[in-house]
Design a protein. Sequence first.
Length: 232
Amino acid sequence: MPKHGKKYTEAAKQLDRSVVYEAAEALALVKKIAPGKFDETVEVAVRLGVDPRHADQQVRGAVVLPHGTGKTRTVLVFAKGDKAKEAEDAGADFVGAEDMVAKIQQEGWLGFDVAIATPDMMGNVGKLGRILGPRGLMPNPKTGTVTFDIVRAVQEVKAGKIEYRVDKAGNIHAPIGKVSFDTDKLLENLRTLIDTLIRAKPAAAKGQYLKGISVSSTMGPGVKVNTQKITA
């Protein structure tokens, strides 16, 4: 069994692990018992009834949370010419082409949270697969980060777009805001994510799809959420 610190243990004493809470109640409790002295991130873990070993049961995509995540994300755009200018005007933090590819390859530079690329740049960006792939930074059409609509892509990331991807155990982990957010805003973000996951249900997935949902703060214990009413 993993050992937890004193603050975690004290927080855990304030919830009943045998209870499955309604979503709003669970989020309010997460806010109340968050043990950190900083503005912790509120995270959700969703257990899906899929077998990720099969390609037709992969669940991956992106969603724009209506109230954002509370975190400012640094955006790198691989583009040339007019598209590079569009990226700069849209608020991208870094814009480049072969020069940025070389900087990452040669210097190991990774000073960004999200990478976006125009399709014509993927021949060069593809060379970075071994560097960006394991870190979840590789542009991908499925998450809307390979596109000619650069303005929209940058604006969505800045507005609170997050990516999700099922792990080997069939779970999805994602941030849905900060402890300082109002409960109503956290609830709307949570429901938006769950609605998106439901729409992304693979046709090959059989049986119960939403098997379990829990929410927690960065340093706090998980609180179980009633999956039956989450989208109500």
